[in-house]
Design a protein around this ligand. Structure first.
Ligand SMILES: [Zn+2]
Length: 417
């Protein structure tokens, strides 16, 4: 990864600044810089032609013809969080790459870049096609669906029921597509949640007939299709925002004993509003999907998805006990979440992946990203570092995939029993 130099003039104080911009992984890299003299923030984008050529877009101010000695240099890497006040490239923290190599190890950083590149090339080559496939899947348009899926997966023995084959191939493709990212979390919460949910579908289960009935009636509802559609749409937005989210994955790779560093790191790109909107929507959709997680557990153990009163005593703390799965669906997310105590793997994984206090911060119109300080100014409480926010936000991929798996299993159960 190279560095390009652009001398610019600050639109506020007309001070001359030398921007040293790291060429990252995207053709268009949005960034901003803070003028060291007047502290004004200016947005721009580095356009990379994929070879040696780059050009600069600035929202304000102008690019100067030449640089000269004594210009203040700013080092900006829109893909890697860095120390903001590093004075020169001669300090280890002057280069975001070297600094991060020290934090997480050169090999792991390398690995991160390889995977990030792999993912971006997958997006380029296949994502539009996968989206068409998703549309056909949702529309139950098997004629077009089968044509595309055949390009990806070998033919399966005809003994496999069609409905099972289609669900399986489609979701396998989705999880493979996102594998360069979700496999980074060593605890692999998506896999843990998937395995624990799939484990409930045991044909020897005493109430397997009731579980199938539950699946059938749920899958036939408009609500089910709407939530499933939303989950896929969130995955699409995750893909569109991946350049802004992946620096957060790097923060997650920092060892536990150095995690405090995340609050002092800066990232010179701003995707605050898009990340906020996506986070809030994913948070809500995943909590809606709990209807099918909790409903399935109740059904498998007690023969009805309405058995809340029977298990209420095993839910710790103060909680409301709905009279039926429909009443459960009307509960606020915080109340819905308490019932995950019925499925320990989900209970353990949930909160770090879907952070309630971040979701609440995002809900306040007054919360905003202050570019000069790199802090999210919150409605109440201490401001939150933008890097910390991105770190928390990128984790939504795991529950999103886990919830799409839940819907898949219900669809299979409804179709083959
Ligand atoms: Zn200035």
């Amino acid at each position: 990864m190279g560095v390009v130099r652009y001398p610019v003039e600050c639109p506020g104080c007309e001070g001359e600044i030398l921007l040293r911009l790291a060429v990252g992984l995207d053709e268009r890299q949005p960034f901003f810089y803070i003028c060291p003299t007047c502290k004004a923030a200016t947005r721009g984008a580095l356009l990379w032609d994929g070879g040696v050529g780059t050009s600069l877009e600035l929202a304000d101010g102008r690019v100067l013809d030449s640089e000269h000695n004594g210009m203040i240099a700013l080092h900006i890497n829109p893909d890697i969080p860095a120390i903001a006040d590093a004075k020169s490239m001669m300090q280890p923290e002057g280069s975001a790459t070297i600094f991060f190599s020290c934090l997480i190890g050169a090999e792991r950083l390398d690995h991160f870049f390889t995977r990030s590149r792999d993912f971006r090339s997958l997006v380029k080559s296949d994502w539009l096609k996968l989206q068409r496939l998703t549309t056909y899947y949702l529309n139950r348009d098997w004629l077009h669906f089968d044509r595309i899926i055949a390009e990806y997966t070998p033919e399966q023995p005809s003994s496999v029921p069609e409905a099972l084959r289609r669900e399986d191939q489609f979701h396998r493709l989705l999880s493979l597509f996102f594998a360069p990212i979700w496999t980074f979390d060593e605890r692999k919460p998506f896999v843990v949640m998937k395995a624990s949910f799939n484990g409930i579908w045991n044909p020897n289960c005493q109430h397997s007939a009731e579980v199938s009935e539950f699946a059938k009636s749920e899958v036939a509802s408009e609500y089910f299709t709407a939530v499933q559609r939303d989950l896929f749409e969130h995955l699409n937005r995750y893909v569109q925002l991946v350049g802004g989210l992946l620096p957060g994955l790097l923060c997650d790779m920092i060892p536990q004993e150095k995690q405090d560093e995340v609050d002092r790191l800066r990232l010179f790109r701003d995707d605050y509003e898009q990340i906020r909107d996506l986070y809030v929507q994913v948070f809500e959709s995943c909590h809606k999907a709990l209807r099918w997680v909790v409903g399935t557990v109740l059904c498998a153990n007690h023969g009805t998805p309405d058995a809340f009163a029977k298990v209420s005593a095993s839910i710790p703390g103060k909680h409301r006990t709905p009279s039926s799965i429909d009443r459960y669906t009307e509960l606020p997310s915080a109340e819905k979440r308490k019932w995950l105590a019925l499925i320990p793997e989900w209970n353990d994984a949930w909160d770090p992946l879907l952070d309630r206090s971040l979701r609440n911060d995002f809900g306040h119109a007054s919360a905003r990203h202050d570019l000069p300080t790199g802090l999210i100014q919150r409605h109440e409480g201490k401001p939150l570092a933008y890097t910390r926010m991105v770190q928390l936000a990128q984790r939504i991929l795991q529950p999103l995939l886990a919830c799409t798996n839940v819907m898949k299993i219900l669809r299979i159960a409804a179709a083959i029993t």
